[in-house]
Write a protein that binds this ligand. Structure first.
Ligand code: 5RP
Length: 233
């Protein structure tokens, strides 16, 4: 188990605050999921209390919906707001092209849907998430229809993945879309994320992957040397 680093919490607060200042009056805002996205949601709530007027918000999970509502952000759905101005979310790994692995929290499908609805996706993270090559630290979560889990598993193993079916509190984890997550480790990392993602999507029964490629336009990253904005290389 990785140790909790209180310094990381401070960096998450700082990037959440910085990203909240990217939101302008009358914007439609997508809300990500996870501890860093939560800092953004709290900071955005404070800005709303101070007079920022956002036109509306859409959440990528029930947890983010609940938090946003509790801090005074009115949240609707994509039927109400199918196009958003900005989406802010965390990530598990970020490479120099701003390709991401996401989904440790299990919300990857809705996160990708909301991210895709937004004109601009800003990823927020502490510096521990920056990597040169994806997949060396984190598995790629793959959301799978339960009926298809065994054949999908065989296809994924044929691609070189070492798999676990995600568990939480001793139970098989179910996403908010009633699917399973197969966490796919690639022992040498992922040399070509675009090619891998295409192969994963070609497997019938795979609903979505935690590879977010060519999506983030900017990363706001906090570390020992402060908060920095990073563009894709
Ligand atoms: C949830 C996610 C999260 O954004 C990702 O796991 C990062 O979480 P945290 O900010 O707590 O480290 O993809 O599905």
């Amino acid at each position: 188990m990785t140790q909790h680093d209180p310094q990381q919490d401070i960096w998450k607060q700082q990037v959440g605050e910085a990203a909240a200042h990217l939101v302008e009056d009358n914007m439609l805002v997508g809300l990500g999921t996870g501890s860093t996205a939560n800092q953004f949601i709290r900071a955005l709530g404070r800005r709303v209390q101070q007079g920022l007027h956002i036109a509306g918000a859409v959440a990528s999970s029930q947890a983010s919906y609940d938090l946003a509502t509790s801090v005074g952000i009115a949240v609707a759905d994509l039927d109400t707001y199918p196009e958003l101005d900005i989406y802010v979310d965390g990530a598990d790994e970020i490479d120099p092209q701003l390709h991401l692995i996401k989904g440790a929290g299990g919300a990857l499908l809705r996160e990708k849907i909301v991210a895709t609805a937004a004109r601009r996706f800003v990823v927020v993270a502490d510096a521990s998430k920056l990597v040169q090559r994806l997949g060396l630290l984190c598995p790629v979560p793959v959301e799978v229809v339960p009926f298809a889990v065994t054949p999908v598993r065989k296809h994924l193993e044929a691609l070189g993945a070492v798999l676990t079916i995600r568990q939480r509190a001793g139970q098989t984890f179910m996403t908010e879309n009633h699917n399973l997550i197969l966490d796919c480790s690639f022992p040498d990392g992922i040399a070509d994320p675009v090619a891998l993602d295409a192969r994963l999507h070609a497997i019938v029964g795979v609903v979505e992957t935690g590879l977010f490629l060519h999506m983030a336009k900017q990363a706001v990253v906090g570390g020992a040397d402060g908060v920095h904005s990073i563009q894709p290389e």
